[in-house]
Write a protein that binds this ligand. Structure first.
Ligand code: CO
Length: 502
């Protein structure tokens, strides 16, 4: 049977991906510096094999034959077949010459950006940027032709199958109208809310204790994962073995702590995927948006709520007795709440808070869409950036491209279509947590007591156990009872930043 042969083939690909993930984790955490060159060669050989398997010539015939068997397959098998075929179409869509040209141009442009970005030299970067955008447009056009999508939609579709600019644009337009007023109110109100700063140092071993304790309380399964220190935070995972890397800063523990609350959301999604399908495409986490919705539900909806901070404050105090002795005030739950819900409009996306973050994303969505559909030229990006920044956050970036369009690695590295996932994830997280509260009105009291099993039960039933069976918009609608909108997110921001309720 052709479907059975495909299952076997994609199982092998899954195993190879497993090895890639573990070897990459080792490279980022444990590998001594001298191992770097040979490791690079080894990984590139492995990825060559993965590419060969993903584009194997026998696949074309197998998919044609399997299409005839589809009617006899179960819904899970049918979804699996569709996902395998989608992977294969993507893997084979672009001519080899174009893939290689893109890879060279992107690595040149990323290297140039590493120097020219900090130098604030947009003019110097422009030739590299033009080349990357030009090749990406060509790739998007080719992909779009194969997938019957517009070029930009073909790029979006890579991170979220089914995502379309036409459905994202109205959501973002609503936020664009709503956010500036909310941000102004919050900033005005918070000018009368003093926050007590904490005083370090916060020893790394105590931070690591705090992080492990939090992960344990949040329900991270240590039989199927580990948490280690690394120079850069990341998560490299397969469902049965989730590796989380945390960066510790001895002057402040907050980023490490909130970072693992975020990663806990990603990790629990991975660890609770449907057991029977783990080695098949349909058993994988659905999409980047949905993954980010799980981490943002943990970090933002839950992690910055008063209830959660009341739960976590005594654990923080236990982790850092010396710092508490220097100033108890900084560690009380209300002070933590004021600190973690501070709204502070700035030009740098990475430092943005929950309320201003979507502004950074909306601006990037509009600009990258224009670059790919050809309505905006690369040389006009700094101007477009400055106009949007002033409109949404009241902050000019003219002449300061370092802190404007040169601040992120994504575009220099050829990543277009990825940015919207952050904000779509935030919208989904708000809508899901709203549904959880309707189904379980006592969930905040449970969180205050450090009990997460009811929350986890809801997420397992409505999200995690479904793997990639449905598209994420369909999953959101089934889970929450309505199509994705900005309503729950807006209400959440009002409650938290204007009414100061939760
Ligand atoms: Co994340």
């Amino acid at each position: 049977m052709s479907y059975a042969a495909l299952v076997k083939h994609y199982r092998t690909l899954f195993h190879l991906g497993h090895v890639d993930a573990m070897v990459s984790w080792d490279e980022g955490t444990m590998m001594p510096i001298g191992g770097g060159d040979a490791r690079g060669e080894a990984l590139s050989a492995l990825r060559g094999v993965i590419h060969q398997q993903a584009t194997h010539e026998k696949l074309s015939g197998l998919f044609a034959a399997a299409a005839k068997e589809a009617a006899a397959l179960s819904p899970w098998q049918q979804a699996n077949l569709r996902l395998m075929e989608r992977d294969w179409v993507r893997a084979t869509a672009l001519p080899r010459g174009l893939v290689e040209a893109m890879s060279r141009a992107q690595s040149r442009s990323e290297q140039a950006w590493r120097k020219l970005g900090p130098d604030n030299d947009f003019a110097g970067f422009l030739p590299f940027f033009r080349e990357v955008v030009g090749l990406k447009r060509e790739a998007a056009q080719t992909l779009g032709d194969k997938l019957a999508l517009s070029p930009y939609d073909a790029l979006l579709d890579e991170y979220e199958s089914g995502a379309r600019a036409a459905s994202i644009a109205p959501l973002f337009a609503r936020l664009r109208a709503f956010l500036p007023g909310l941000i102004a109110k919050a900033v005005e109100q918070q000018s009368r809310e003093p926050v007590t700063a904490c005083e370090g140092p916060f020893p790394v071993d105590r931070q690591h204790w705090l992080v492990l304790e939090l992960m344990r309380r949040l329900g991270f399964d240590f039989d199927h994962g580990r948490v280690d220190a690394a120079p850069h935070p990341f998560c490299s995972c397969v469902p049965t073995d989730v590796r989380i890397a945390v960066h510790y800063d001895v002057d402040d523990y907050i980023n490490a702590m909130m970072g693992v609350v975020h990663e806990a959301g990603h990790a629990k999604y991975q660890q609770n995927l449907p057991n029977d399908w783990l080695d098949q495409p349909v058993g994988a986490a659905r999409s980047t948006n949905l993954h980010e919705s799980q981490s943002l539900l943990h970090e933002m909806q839950v992690g910055r709520s008063r209830a959660f901070l009341q739960f976590v404050a005594p654990i923080i105090a236990e982790a850092f007795p010396a710092a508490v002795a220097r100033g108890r005030e900084a560690f009380n739950p209300e002070n933590l709440f004021l600190r973690l819900t501070r709204v502070n409009p700035g030009v740098i996306r990475r430092n943005a808070d929950e309320a201003t973050y979507p502004c950074h994303i909306i601006l990037r969505f509009e600009i990258e869409k224009g670059l790919i559909d050809g309505s905006l030229r690369p040389e006009d990006v700094p101007e477009a950036w400055d106009v949007s920044m002033r409109e949404m956050l009241g902050l000019p970036t003219r002449g300061n491209d370092r802190d404007g369009c040169l601040q992120d690695v994504h575009w220099p590295a050829g990543m277009f279509g990825y940015f919207p996932t952050y904000t779509l994830g935030a919208l989904i997280a708000a809508q899901m947590f709203d549904a959880v509260k309707r189904a379980h009105p006592k969930v905040n009291e449970q969180i205050r007591r450090g009990e997460f099993h009811v929350l986890d039960g809801w997420l397992r039933e409505h999200v995690w156990s479904h793997g990639s069976l449905w598209g994420s918009m369909e999953l959101v609608e089934r889970a929450t009872g309505s199509a994705l909108s900005t309503e729950a997110f807006e209400q959440h921001l009002e409650r938290r930043y204007v009414l100061r309720e939760s």
